[in-house]
Design a protein around this ligand. Structure first.
Ligand code: GRF
Length: 202
């Protein structure tokens, strides 16, 4: 299945997806890596991996979010994408793109949704005093970080944790979770059982 990745920054989740797709038994190939930021390190990484890349700078569209999204969508269609993975794509989406890709757009978020949608999730988890934190892959709908949950991985919050340390621990699980959920989504395999989910608490 041709899969496109949308990113805005460092692209470590994109790297995990690209590495997974390089395995012969993985049911996806990356047809495009697209960024709204021309200088995103993730775009350089994808280019170095020999993938097709494109930058569609949102600043060139003034404040017209939908016009930007129409250009993004045109690039996705041109590349033949059937599924889109958001991987640190830091744009709020309008109903245009979420409707166009309903059921076919996945996102990874660094918290156990539905708690801590939005930004600064690790600081907020520490402030709230939760003992278990983690990451979620979900289908994208109009509400930010709100769509149906496809998979989660949990990590413990340890005594003395800093936001940075916790973020790094969660990020390792993101890199494992996203390819795994994408594979299950594409092969329509059942979601992990509660027993499997418990095993993820490392
Ligand atoms: C990750 O924490 C992801 O969960 C969030 O944005 C961050 C992107 O990091 N949506 P990277 O660009 O994949 O390294």
């Amino acid at each position: 299945t041709p899969v496109a990745i949308l990113l805005s920054g460092r692209g470590s989740n994109a790297t995990a997806l690209i590495e997974a797709c390089a395995r012969p038994d993985f049911p996806a190939r990356i047809c495009l890596v697209l960024s709204n930021k021309p200088d995103a390190p993730g775009l350089d990484m994808a280019r170095a991996a020999g993938l097709e890349t494109v930058a569609i700078d949102h600043r060139l569209y003034k404040k017209d979010r939908e016009a930007h999204e129409r250009a993004v969508d045109a690039a996705l269609q041109k590349a033949g994408a059937e599924v889109v993975c958001l991987a640190g794509y830091m744009r709020l989406l309008t109903p245009f793109l979420t409707t166009q890709w309903a059921g076919k757009m996945l996102n990874i978020h660094p918290s156990l949704l539905p708690v801590f949608p939005g930004l600064h999730t690790h600081e907020r988890a520490l402030d709230a005093g939760v003992r278990i934190h983690g990451c979620t892959v979900h289908l994208v709908t109009e509400g930010m970080d709100e769509g149906p949950i496809l998979g989660q991985a949990a990590v413990p919050v340890l005594p003395g944790d800093t936001a940075e340390g916790l973020a790094a621990r969660v990020l390792r699980q993101e890199h494992r979770l996203y390819p795994d959920v994408l594979r299950r989504y594409l092969t329509k395999s059942p979601a992990s059982t509660p027993a499997e989910a418990a095993l993820l608490v490392a």
